[in-house]
Design a protein around this ligand. Sequence first.
Ligand SMILES: Nc1nc2c(c(=O)[nH]1)N[C@H]1C(S)=C(S)[C@@H](COP(=O)(O)OP(=O)(O)OC[C@H]3O[C@@H](n4cnc5c(=O)[nH]c(N)nc54)[C@H](O)[C@@H]3O)O[C@H]1N2
Ligand SMILES: Nc1nc2c(c(=O)[nH]1)N[C@H]1C(S)=C(S)[C@@H](COP(=O)(O)OP(=O)(O)OC[C@H]3O[C@@H](n4cnc5c(=O)[nH]c(N)nc54)[C@H](O)[C@@H]3O)O[C@H]1N2
Ligand code: SF4
Ligand SMILES: [Mo]
Length: 737
Amino acid sequence: MARLLEKKVSRRHFMGLSSCALATIAIGSQVKVLKALAKDGRIDAPTGLGSKDVYSSCGMCVNKCGFIARVKDGVIQKLDPNPEFFIRSRAMLCARGNAGVKVVYDPDRLKYPLIRVEGSKRGEGKFRRATWEEALDLVAKNMNEIKDKYSRASVMFASTEGTFSEHFFTQLAECYGSPNTLRHPTLCLSSNIQGFGATFGTNPTPDVLNADFIIMSGANRSEALMTPDSIDLLRGDGGKRKLVYLDPRFTKTSAKADEWFPIKPGTDMAFILAMIHVIVTENLQDQAFIDEFTVGFEQLVPHIAPYTPEWAAAECEIPAADIRRIAREFAAAAPKAVYYQGRRSSFMANDTQMRRAMAILNTIIGNWDTKGGLIPNASIALTKHDYLAPWYDEDIPGRLDDGAVTYLSEKDGAWPAFRDRALAADPYPIKGMMVYKQNPLASVPNRAKTLKLMEQMDFICTIDITMSDTAWHSDVVLPEATYLERQDPLEGLGGIVPVVAFRQPCIPPMFESKESLWIIQEIAKRLSEEIAAEFDFTMEEHLHHQVKHNPQILEDLKTKGIYYESTEPNYGRTRGTALKTKSGKIEIFSQKYADNGHDPLPVYTRPTAVPSNRYRLLVGRHAYFTHGTTANNPYLHDIMPENTLWLNPVEAQKLGLKNGQMVKVRSAVGEERLKLEVTQKIRPDSVYMAHGFGVLSKAQTNIYGKGGSDAALIEEKYCPISGNVAMHETFVEILPA
Ligand SMILES: Nc1nc2c(c(=O)[nH]1)N[C@H]1C(S)=C(S)[C@@H](COP(=O)(O)OP(=O)(O)OC[C@H]3O[C@@H](n4cnc5c(=O)[nH]c(N)nc54)[C@H](O)[C@@H]3O)O[C@H]1N2
Ligand SMILES: Nc1nc2c(c(=O)[nH]1)N[C@H]1C(S)=C(S)[C@@H](COP(=O)(O)OP(=O)(O)OC[C@H]3O[C@@H](n4cnc5c(=O)[nH]c(N)nc54)[C@H](O)[C@@H]3O)O[C@H]1N2
Ligand code: SF4
Ligand SMILES: [Mo]
């Protein structure tokens, strides 16, 4: 029998709540709007509701840029950038942000709770419309059955950050009693967090606005948009700023860079170690900084001796003279020089050590916590919602993936390692899958293996806004109200200048979609009275609780759509204080790594050579698309209706393949068909395809049957230190289709 073991956190009571005066929305004649939502997506607006502007923040990607929704007669006409949000997004909305209107009025959006038709198989797409009552009852029934038959830990909870509401979902996992939450970092940036964290005790933000010299390893800021960096990189400074960019592809960032090198994939560490070699052998380091703030420089000196520019040139195919020159220029620009660590660090299986090398290079020029350098993130405090959890069963040993990677982040888990354990039921079975705002079938490498994992489930429930591939393979699909229709908790965005962002409904939820808090509360009620009690609050109460120490935050959010305490960075906060490393100093040499059997200083490992007649598959962002989620958006689909496989002309000629023809792309784990794009923009040893196509869900009507899926081709190698997936370790063969 399962029982409550630990009550780690004391109960919080909402005290003295005044009634919340958040902007309320005229419900109006929404029915008319719905009726008018024709198949072509055109809206005939009802009249008489008037016009209004609503401050909120974008939900199309991680950046959460502030906008003002122009609403007329109950219909969102347009989203404009919020000028007050300048401090964070530089007051821009990208193509995806603008196309956000279509998320609401997309005929393909989820409208009602759906239950898979009895007797049909997962993936056949046979769903019937259900009432919320019936769908929620079914979710709770299955969660309770799995708990009784196996244990609470046998239900996994997969979710991704970005909706402000995710913590209600992870709280549900904790209250239900499962330690098995699977968040997105091991698909994205956990090696960055680990590599920089091991060095500085935190993962800092590069001060792009003020740096005079920036080097980027495949951080494609002109397409993979991160605010404010993407805009700040383009700052007009009369040519003072220098950007050196390494990418096997000619991207939009390559076009904007002062120097672009088509580096051999997986060899950035050679370039970085050689830069360190030059700086140290020519005595260009900031010795005073090193002596005061760091440990391990004396071990670094002999360590980098063999890593000469000539050695590196043979590895990374960047000329030794350039490496030497760039190292000197970098040191001369210090401390206003940064080796920008990027965001998605799921490159190769040695990624954590590669990011460590970047962190060490930054350290020796003394750019820590100073203008134009690497700045530890600041944040604005919001009061957390306390609850009595986790409730873990006595007989559950812990997370299923415990020990699978060295530094497992408890809430994040390690996706591919977890999946292997779950498939082997090692050490216990996983039989239920709850998914919130994650699409593992598109975002976890080796789709066939994820499908296998889903096959073994007794029950799968997905909460989404559209029929993703994962939703398509679920038993129950619950429609959340989109970011334009719901109130979310307040969200602090940390960084060099921290802000609080705000998301409120621009229109009421359409069809039968519901806010996530309501969905979670209704599931909780059906699980047990005790779990329900942990969610016994309204969103208004929650918002007031978040700002109870400073109600001004909510006032500013209502009137400006953003809250900040200062518009200026506060440099040097951590200089002279103990960092969150074992020694309290910046750790060039990591004793922690040595103790765990990892190289205490980064040792170069050569990537596996590309076999003959094969190509290395690279992934990367596209400015119009967010992961696998926006390709079906009607506006964005118009701009790019399918993905292509980039191949260098020399190789195309060798293979006798022509631009525009269909090809088969085959890896060890899958085969996809898509159009060939013969282009000089990629090295001859690599190929590239945009993410988000080759979907399985027929309910994505614009893109079903178009293009190919990268997730179906990528093998699931991962970094043993951080668990981060290695997305570029897959080789493919290309054949005429
Ligand atoms: N092959 C391949 N795999 C990748 C990558 C790649 O480039 N190629 N990139 C990796 C990276 S860097 C990341 S961060 C991950 C991201 O991948 P995931 O963590 O899976 O996140 P997303 O793809 O952004 O979104 C997943 C789901 O959220 C749904 N969604 C969007 N808005 C809402 C909402 O408001 N509410 C709810 N309930 N659902 C919503 C979308 O419809 C989608 O189904 O993928 C990683 N995986
Ligand atoms: N438009 C848009 N913007 C986004 C997102 C989005 O989906 N769409 N997602 C957001 C998220 S979650 C993330 S994590 C970030 C990701 O932002 P980035 O970290 O910039 O990641 P990617 O675009 O995935 O870029 C990887 C780039 O690295 C190159 N590359 C591949 N292998 C190597 C290599 O070995 N060495 C070097 N030097 N380069 C290599 C690829 O060609 C590609 O251009 O973007 C964020 N911003
Ligand atoms: S970068 Fe674009 S998609 Fe991302 S939050 Fe900002 S406007 Fe939205
Ligand atoms: Mo990411």
